[in-house]
Design a protein around this ligand. Sequence first.
Ligand code: IMP
Ligand code: MG
Length: 178
Amino acid sequence: MENDIKEVLIDEETLQSKIKEIGTQITKDYEGKDLLIVCVLKGAVMFVSDLIKQVKLPLEIDFMAVSSYGSSTKSSGVVRILKDLDKDIKGKDLLIVEDIIDSGLTLAYLIDYLKSREPNSVEICTLLDKKDGRKTDIEVKYLGFSIPDEFVIGYGLDYAEKYRNIPYISILKEEIYK
Ligand code: IMP
Ligand code: MG
């Protein structure tokens, strides 16, 4: 598995200290609110599980699964809901936790979809952001790292469903997906 990696982009220590920073900020910002963390499966699973340990507030967590990619490396723009939230979100303060934003098409769809159910607020927390890939405007409240337009894997992120279990973010060798 490690042989398929071109370069380590963000190591475990750097990830954890940034996550602690974001968690502390969320703790401040959401004091007294009805916080519902919405984890976007599957890529954000590792991030969300480390992040919520750093948020020192009563909170709820729920999961959504959407598909936008297949096994290719670019967003199709067509978003399918594979798993919806379990409970009503009316009046809640939603924080959508994503692994990465590239074109932004997946999140744009998700935000519209969730806003129509009248939550009190909807904000975005993403570990990674490829700003160069953006095709639609997305306002990110909490960002881990801006990264260059390269295909990354690990720490929850996959290529064709593999590599999610690598504990750090790395760049995949181009010959694997080209
Ligand atoms: P977007 O709709 O183009 O913003 O794509 C967002 C989704 O595509 C993310 O939630 C990821 O699942 C996936 N994605 C985008 N870039 C990468 C990458 O470099 N590695 C792994 N998955 C990615
Ligand atoms: Mg994803």
